[in-house]
Design a protein around this ligand. Sequence first.
Ligand SMILES: *Cc1c(COP(=O)(O)O)cnc(C)c1O
Length: 328
Amino acid sequence: MKDITQARLKLANLPTRIDPLENTSQWLGRNLWIKRDDQTGLELSGNKVRKLEFALAEALAQGADTIVTTGGIQSNHARATAAACVRLGLECHLILAADEKQPLDGNYLLDDLLGARIRFVSARDYAERLSEIMEQAKAALIAQGRTPYLIPVGASNGIGTFGYYAAWQEIMEQEKNLGITFDHVVCAVGSGGTCAGLMLGNAALGSGRQVTGIPIAGDAAYFRDRILAITQEFSGYQGPIDLPAEQIRLIDGYVGRGYALSTAEELEFLRTFGRTEGIVLDPVYTGKAMRGLLTELEKDSHWFQGAENILFIHTGGLFGLFPKRFQF
Ligand SMILES: *Cc1c(COP(=O)(O)O)cnc(C)c1O
């Protein structure tokens, strides 16, 4: 096995801070903490930059000069990829899902400022024939004499998952310095790689913690399969690693109206949380996941029974807030 960590690029500002959520902790009678992965950078902010440190290292090692990736029109992953590509001298092609012409706003505006070549596909094509469209884009680039490298949605594949596998080691280091043991670590689940990386870190290091993902699209059954598939791919790099079924903890019930759609209650929660902690969550991922976590704690549900120290990963997404301004 080659050592993946040796090739890792340095794109993110690490380690990210871990801060207590003092007011929420007092209200709930549990110790809540937040890891500020929204502060991994600015253009390169959020969880995707950790994955890109490994995925783009692989692209460079393979001699790629062009990156092709994909996501929704407000994809944080697409924006982080666009920025990283400029810094690494790579051409960036984004295939974004949108059914109608959208105003230049949020991440899409940044994609444009960062010089990404953007192509839109309908939501239906995105759902039904994305891999075919990606392969066609790759073939067209090869025909033009370029060397493309494909990154799947959210960089949630074997190589991208090293980002949060490494973040798990970072958290374990920080625990020592803080003198705390996080018995629970919680994150939003969108394409599965963040959660998978944390679960794999926990399993591989034998940390014995509970890692819980809260899907913000799809459901637990879907993501259990995704995480197992990612584990397979990850094992191809790292050697076999066993992720026991009971360690794949996914809580349903917080998707709301669907991916990137908001309810009035979800948007009101962003207000409440902002005014309680002085921290802004995003409407697509962290707002839904934090609301899920706090709801489960308030209900005293079985998921967090006896939990003392709970660490929530703020995975970023702030730019996705602005295109929703009219809904507030
Ligand atoms: C992509 C994303 C997530 C979800 O991470 P996955 O690894 O795709 O499951 C969470 N929060 C934000 C802000 C994201 O952009």
